[in-house]
Design a protein around this ligand. Structure first.
Ligand code: MLT
Length: 390
C-alpha cells in the first residue's frame, strides 16, 4: 500500500479546525471568558418556518407506503431543479434542466469537480482564498499559480494575459474578502477563459447578499460564460442550511460541447446517491413566495450585523473591504500587526474570535476576517468591545 504522498504538502489541519482547537483550548483554560465567535461563517438563525413545514411534511410522506420514496432522481428531483431554473430565469438567465445538478453543498462539489480534469492542468487561484480550492488541488498535486488580491486592486484581481491557466477559481462576493466583481471585471475573466480555453469554477455561495443591482449574481449573466464556466451555489448561507446540507452545480451544455456535463453526470451517478428527499423539499420551499419573504428577513438580519461591524470599523478608521453585498468584513490589522498575532490579541483582550487572514493565503498576512452571521446582540457587544480595545 502506498499512501497519497501529496497530503503531506497540506497544512496539518483545515483552517477552521485549527481555529476551533485554539479557541476550545482557550475556553478550557478560561471557562468564564464571555467569548463571542465571529470566526467561521456559520449561520445562527434557525431555518425559516416555511422550510421547517416542508421538512415535516416530507418526513410524514416518507412514513407512508403510498408516498414513500427511496433512491431519488440522479441529478436531483425535478421539482427542485425547476425551482432553481425559475430562480435564474428571474434574473434573465435561462438554464436547461439537464444543466442543474443537486448536491449536498458547494464545498463538496468544488472539490469533487476536480475528478473531471487531468492532473497536468495549471490552476489559477486568487490569494487570499477559501482554503478548499487550494487544498483540493494540493491533494492531487496540481500546479497552482496565484493571482494576487491586494489592497491596491481592492482584492479584485484581473487576469494577467502573461499567465496561462487551465482552471480558474473565482468566488464573488468573495470569501474571505467580501469584495464583489462588477460586470466589467467579471467579463474580463470570462473573455480571458475563452481566449485560453480555460474553465472558470465560479463559487456563487454568497450571491444572495448582493443588493447592488449593478453586480452580477451569476456568472451566466455575462456574455459567453456558458462556454467557459461551471457555477456552484449553496443553500447554506442563503437559507441557513449549513447543518441541513443542500446545494447545486450548473454545468452548461455549451461547455466543451457537453462533455463536462456528461462526465459530471457519470461521476455523480457513480460516487453520489443524492440529497435526501426531505431536504430537497425543504430547499424547494425556499423558492416559494413565502419562502423568499422569510429568507429575506433572515438575510436582512445578517446585513444589519454587517452594517454594525462596518460602521464600527469606519468609526475606528480601520481599512476594510466587504460588509456590503457580503456577510464578511476583511480588515487591515491595526499597527501593522500580523493576523495570527491580532487573533491572539483579540481573543485575550476582548474575548473575540475572528479568522486570521494568513489562513487564506500570503496576501492575508496583515488582514483579518469577521463574519456577520453572528447573533445580533453579540455582534453589538463585539462592536462595543472593538471600540474599547482599538
Ligand atoms: C467560512 O467560514 O469560510 C465558511 O463557513 C466556509 C464554508 O462555507 O465552508
Amino acid at each position: 500500500m502506498k499512501i497519497n504522498p501529496y497530503y503531506q504538502n497540506l497544512e496539518t489541519s483545515y483552517l477552521f479546525s485549527t481555529i476551533a482547537h485554539k479557541v476550545n483550548a482557550y475556553q478550557k483554560a478560561h471557562p468564564d471568558a464571555p467569548l463571542i465567535r465571529l470566526g467561521i461563517g456559520d449561520v445562527t438563525l434557525p431555518l425559516v418556518p416555511v422550510v421547517v413545514d416542508a421538512l415535516r411534511q416530507a418526513a410524514a410522506e416518507q412514513g407512508v407506503k403510498e408516498t414513500f420514496r427511496g433512491y431519488g432522481d440522479e441529478q436531483g428531483y425535478d421539482f427542485l431543479r425547476q425551482a432553481i431554473q425559475g430562480y435564474y430565469a428571474g434574473r434573465g438567465v435561462a438554464l436547461a434542466m439537464e444543466e442543474i445538478f443537486i448536491s449536498d453543498g458547494a464545498k463538496s462539489d468544488l472539490g469533487n469537480i476536480l475528478d473531471l480534469f487531468a492532473q497536468e492542468n495549471t490552476v489559477l487561484i486568487p490569494d487570499p482564498v477559501y482554503p478548499v480550492y487550494v487544498d483540493t488541488n494540493i491533494m492531487a498535486n496540481r500546479k497552482v499559480v496565484f493571482a494576487d488580491a491586494t489592497e491596491e486592486n481592492g482584492f479584485l484581481p484581473l487576469p494577467d494575459p502573461a499567465v496561462k491557466a487551465d482552471l480558474i477559481y473565482i468566488c464573488s462576493p468573495n470569501n474571505p474578502t467580501g469584495a464583489a466583481y462588477d460586470r466589467a471585471g467579471l467579463q474580463k475573466w470570462v473573455d480571458y477563459a475563452r481566449d485560453n480555453g480555460a474553465v472558470i469554477l465560479y463559487d456563487a455561495a454568497y450571491e444572495c447578499f448582493i443588493t447592488d443591482a449593478n453586480l452580477p449574481r451569476s456568472i451566466f449573466e455575462l456574455e459567453g460564460a456558458k462556454e467557459c464556466a461551471i457555477e456552484f451555489c449553496s443553500f447554506s448561507k442563503m437559507a441557513g442550511f449549513t447543518g441541513t446540507r443542500c446545494g447545486y452545480t450548473v454545468v452548461p451544455t455549451a461547455l466543451a460541447d457537453g462533455m463536462l456535463q456528461k462526465m459530471w453526470r457519470r461521476r455523480q451517478t457513480t460516487k453520489f446517491n443524492g440529497v435526501p428527499y426531505i431536504v430537497q423539499r425543504a430547499a424547494e420551499a425556499v423558492f416559494t413566495e413565502q419562502g423568499q419573504k422569510e429568507i429575506h428577513a433572515s438575510l436582512a438580519y445578517y446585513q444589519q450585523n454587517a452594517k454594525i461591524l462596518s460602521d464600527t470599523l469606519t468609526a475606528l478608521g480601520i481599512w476594510y473591504t466587504g460588509g456590503q453585498n457580503s456577510p464578511y468584513l476583511w480588515l487591515k490589522c491595526p499597527d501593522g500587526m500580523e493576523s495570527w498575532t491580532f487573533f491572539d490579541y483579540l481573543l485575550e483582550k476582548a474575548h473575540l474570535v475572528g479568522t486570521p487572514g494568513a489562513g487564506f493565503g500570503r496576501n492575508g498576512v496583515n488582514f483579518f476576517r469577521l463574519t456577520a452571521f453572528g447573533d445580533q446582540e453579540k455582534t453589538l457587544e463585539a462592536a462595543a468591545r472593538l471600540k474599547q480595545l482599538l
